[in-house]
Design a protein around this ligand. Sequence first.
Ligand code: SF4
Length: 364
Amino acid sequence: MKYTTEFRNSEIAQALLTRIRQGSRKKVRFMEFCGGHTVAIFRYGIRQLLPKNIEMISGPGCPVCVTATADIDKAIALSQIKGVIVTTYGDMLKIPGSRSSLQKARADGADVRMVYSTLDALQIAKENPTKSVAFLGIGFETTAPTVAASIIEAQEQEIKNYFVLSQNKLSPPAIKAILQSGEIKLDGLICPGHVSAITGSRVWDFIARDHKIPCVVAGFEPVDILQCINMLVNQVEAKLSKVEIAYGRGVIPQGNQIALNIMSQVYEPANARWRGFGVIPGSGLKIRKAYRNYDAEVRFEIKTKPAAEPKGCLCGEVLRGVNTPLDCKLFGKVCNPETPVGPCMVSSEGTCSAYFLYGDEFER
Ligand code: SF4
């Protein structure tokens, strides 16, 4: 398959590994922002192949994991309002809120439906004109344009019973929060490929410029990731800090202008709650006044009780890169994919799930 098999080629991977092993002398710690990268790094056993002086840590780039418990509670509360159909991507269903989950709410009678795209949600709205259909906008810059486009589409088609609960987030403010906190020291950042396909690689310039940390945008196949790590090693060893692209087939410096225009037409930046971080200034996407008729927060009075975090769960610390899942006493025992306690074990892009499924540091 074009653009897949050549990026899983073992000879190319071996050659890159040899370069990394020969070129890497300093002890370094690289963070991958994106949950998709975390899973790929674990699935392909990349951590075990790297020399011991390269430590890989996972960042906050799993969209459902960083959704704050209070925001999950809000989605569940929305599903309790009479006449509301909540539509969402599958990963959100099992994420625990303070007292329930969307899956449990559905089992208790709420109308919660899994969809594959916002187009499905719009279709449900068309087919149920007497109901209100709310889509949970979850994710980073990768999904935000499609959610924004669905609002524009609803307006153009005069679909008046479609709403969005906007919980989409912007990635750069979260990285900025990690770097400014001083909690961890990073020597390089694997920047997210799909986010950068929308934003362009220039949004990461501040990391190289202000924090002197090398950045490389990577794709999701093993050769992509090894190429990225090799480029990071080269920058570190040459004492450089710049933004490079190891995912040229998907990313350009200026990004996708059409998608960015759609986003800024519908959204304005706002403060947003993140699991493990609290409120990060300017990291959320609020629906602009011009589209307030499609804003679920405006349309419905959504009442929630104070949020309660799962006891003993270190998801917040894992998302900030301060702890690994192995530091969590519940990992692999009480908390596993069958009986997950926190979102990092539920989500297919969660760090705890990746450690459990592919890690080799513990007995299953
Ligand atoms: Fe939370 Fe479970 Fe991960 Fe521990 S192992 S941090 S309880 S998701």
